[in-house]
Design a protein around this ligand. Structure first.
Ligand SMILES: [Zn+2]
Length: 472
């Protein structure tokens, strides 16, 4: 029974809401110092830290005899404002068109922000109580919500600034639209994005250091997609300067043995030594000559990944042998359309397709199954034009594929409201590899370091860390 006849009035106080903006690094302290407060919608009270305010915002409280309107702009120069309401059930909503501002020096500057909490919000006014109502905004940073139980109406700002945690730069390609708010729901678990957030993946591998690859190097480089060149290092062509240039441009140089011979340790190790001495890097991956599975026992000690020749593509969390991954060899003079069908299939399946090309028509050293250069160029253009296929080197995509499997094979340890996944990298696994994960809420950290939310819609975590914690 409502006690309207007693005409009690209760208060929604629009008050200073202290909040702490955490994890702002020292170099960014000019605009994002530690500590801070939220003004809703009032300005004027000093405190160390960042001030935010709603400079424009129309709140409407419904549920009473007549709706009550509150304009944030009416309170810009007040420290506290009160709205009287009778006991009862209400709802307060914020209309579109609001503007959140941050105090930069002496200037209030509008910031790009999203309202991430429910809107409108139901609340109840009862005797001697003030209903807690929180509006949560996300902007370029991170928040710590603060509530002492007496705040009637508050707003939080979730900053998404990169300083709000560690950022791992693992040279994964950009994906997704910017400006996506950090999930603020209940932390239920993690989901690794397949193929770094792309629909599928494509790797172009070119074997044998054939002359037609060198002759057409300018055209290959102009495609501007990272490829993997598996060098047969006993050939004179393996010393050509194009390979050093390829490395500098972000392509991968892999081991394809010294002489393309029968399985032996020296076949592998001589090629590795050549690549190390000539190009200054240790090859991470191997391509098995003629698909000879006699090599398989020699590989795990030396590489983290190897390519075989059986056709097929690779699914996320697929159980392929990482030392004998399938690849497709187009037949001699295969047209672009035939190559494109591989892209279509991988895209449809959400899979990784590895293509193996030995050379192009016109070479002088008898490349196996050469194809027309323009057919190859046309196919790369086709793959790029999809916009949602990740084109990268064998090691880069393979590291992601293996990393995702490590997480999938890890059962999280639960402590209180946190879950921790742990893993151990395989031998010879490259350093500085990342995964992109999505969550429904909570905070992501690795070994005690908060991981920054990436406003493209994911957390990018480092596999080097060996563990990952999600806490509410
Ligand atoms: Zn070969």
């Amino acid at each position: 029974m409502r006690l309207n006849h007693l005409n009690p009035h209760f208060i929604i106080a629009l008050m200073l809401i202290p909040i702490c903006l955490m994890a702002c690094s020292a170099e960014h302290s000019a605009s994002f110092p530690k500590g801070g407060k939220m003004l809703l919608p009032i300005s004027g009270t000093s405190n160390s830290g960042v001030d935010y305010r709603l400079s424009t915002g129309e709140f409407t409280i419904t549920g009473g005899a007549t709706p009550v309107s509150i304009s944030a702009s009416d309170y810009l120069n007040q420290t506290t404002a009160y709205i009287d309401l009778e006991a009862g059930d209400y709802s307060i909503g914020l209309a579109d068109g609001w503007i959140l501002e941050r105090l930069d020096g002496s200037n209030w500057v509008p910031v790009t922000a999203n309202l991430t909490s429910p809107n409108p919000v139901p609340f109840t006014i009862a005797a001697n109580q003030i209903a807690p109502v929180v509006f949560v905004f996300s902007t370029d940073g991170q928040n710590i919500p603060v509530g002492n139980g007496t705040l009637a109406l508050s707003i939080d700002v979730v900053e998404q600034d990169s300083d709000a945690g560690v950022v791992f730069d693992c040279n994964l390609p950009p994906v997704g639209a910017d400006g996506q708010p950090k999930p603020s729901g209940v932390a239920t678990g993690i989901s690794v994005l397949d193929w770094a957030g792309y629909q599928g993946a494509v790797t172009y591998t070119l074997d044998d250091a054939n002359s037609s690859q060198i002759e057409n190097w300018a055209a290959l480089a102009a495609l501007n997609v990272p490829m993997t060149f598996f060098l047969q290092t006993g050939k004179a062509e393996a010393s050509h300067p194009v390979w050093q240039e390829a490395l500098a441009l972000g392509h991968e140089l892999g081991n394809h043995t010294q002489n393309h011979g029968s399985p032996s340790e020296s076949e592998i190790d001589l090629a590795t030594a050549f690549i190390e001495n000539t190009f200054g890097i240790s090859p991470l991956t191997f391509a098995i000559p003629n698909g000879d599975t006699g090599y398989l026992l020699l590989l795990p000690q030396r590489f983290f990944l190897a390519r075989g020749i059986g056709a097929g593509n690779i699914l996320p969390n697929g159980n392929n042998d990482p030392f004998n991954l399938p690849s497709y060899i187009p037949p001699t003079n295969a047209p672009t359309s035939q190559l494109n069908s591989l892209i279509d299939a991988a895209r449809w399946a959400g899979a990784w397709q590895v293509l193996l090309v030995h050379g192009f028509t016109g070479g002088t050293d008898g490349a196996y199954a050469p194809i027309d250069l323009n057919a190859f160029i046309g196919n790369v253009a086709y793959a790029k034009a999809t916009g949602d296929m990740w084109i990268d080197t064998f090691s880069k995509v393979g590291a992601y594929w293996l990393g995702q499997k490590l997480i999938a094979d890890s059962t999280p340890a639960v402590t209180g409201n946190s879950q921790t996944w742990t893993w151990e990298l395989p031998d010879n696994f490259p350093s500085n590899q990342c995964l992109r994960i999505s969550v429904t809420g909570g905070a992501v950290s690795q070994n005690g370091q908060t991981v920054a939310w990436d406003s493209h819609g994911y957390y990018q975590i480092s596999l080097d860390e060996g563990s990952l914690t999600l806490a509410q």
